[in-house]
Ligand binder design. Structure first.
Ligand code: MD3
Ligand code: FE
Length: 250
């Protein structure tokens, strides 16, 4: 493994990766204090319109410890019927709030992808919340990266390869960090093992917020694809079963 490790560093980007995680880019402290505070202020307004919800795992109905909301045309949800993207908030029935311009600008700056994001999943971790190792594969197009923004308390993030058993590496994500998951890292297993309480003063109530900007549909299919038969966007096939030790979303 030592042979295939590469450490890259310049003013903006720092990445420590193995071949399993090629395409991953970490921008430590991409957002400064003012940028983080401005984003949190936008999120407060957003939560008033689209409250954070406790989603349930398909089949088991077990609640996730992370609470979630979304903005943008589509939002990721989970309930007994499965994981999927929906155009409306499951509680209010209203469309998700618009994606803030600052997030569109962030995507344009770091994604290197010629179409805008369609969904921003907002994860809120209270102390003790975590997210088990999973893949993000409810999207139709894996050519677009996922762009993640961390706010509030630091966490221990873990990422492996395209198979559940592949070796993993862990590093901290701190408030203001931006992580871009492109290339083969787009389908890497990943999760959040723990949140370190008291490591940031950004959120007075404590905890951690993570935003993930995502492309959901294939750009070339946007116009021509037929209407979905029922609610939800496309078939959602789950391949992984969560272990009991950790909570799994995918
Ligand atoms: C690697 N969120 O929302 S962010 C998720 O911190 C999710 O809330 C975690 O995993 C969080 O699905 C991790 C970093 C991240 C986001 C998306 C990825 C890593 C990823 C997609 C593919 C591979
Ligand atoms: Fe994920």
């Amino acid at each position: 493994m030592a042979d295939c490790r590469a450490a890259l560093k310049n003013d903006k980007v720092k990445a420590v990766l193995t071949a399993n995680q090629a395409g991953l880019r970490l921008y430590p402290g991409y957002l400064d204090d003012a940028g983080q505070a401005a984003l949190v202020a936008e999120l407060r307004g957003l939560f008033a319109a689209a409250p954070l919800s406790t989603y349930r795992m398909p089949k088991s109905g077990r609640p996730l410890s992370v609470r979630m909301s979304n903005c943008g045309p589509l939002g990721w949800i989970s309930d007994e019927r499965g994981y999927r993207y929906e155009p409306t908030h499951p509680g209010t029935g209203r469309p998700w709030p618009a994606m803030p311009a600052s997030l569109l600008a962030l995507w344009n700056a770091v994604a290197f992808y010629p179409h805008p994001p369609q969904a921003c999943l907002i994860n809120h971790y209270r102390p003790g919340a975590k997210m088990g190792l999973h893949q993000d594969r409810d999207e139709e197009d894996f050519r677009a990266p996922v762009v993640s923004v961390s706010l509030g308390d630091s966490c221990l993030f873990r990422i492996g390869g395209g198979k559940r058993g592949d070796p993993t590496e862990s590093f901290r994500l701190n408030s203001g960090d931006v992580l871009v998951l492109g290339g083969v890292s787009r389908l890497a297993f990943h999760g959040v093992d723990r949140v370190y309480a008291g490591t940031s003063a950004l959120l007075p109530e404590g905890g951690r917020i993570n935003l993930t900007l995502r492309r959901v549909t294939r750009p070339d299919a946007d116009v021509s694809r037929p209407e979905p038969a029922a609610s939800g966007i496309g078939p959602k096939i789950k391949s992984e079963i969560g272990s009991d030790a950790l909570q799994h979303r995918h």
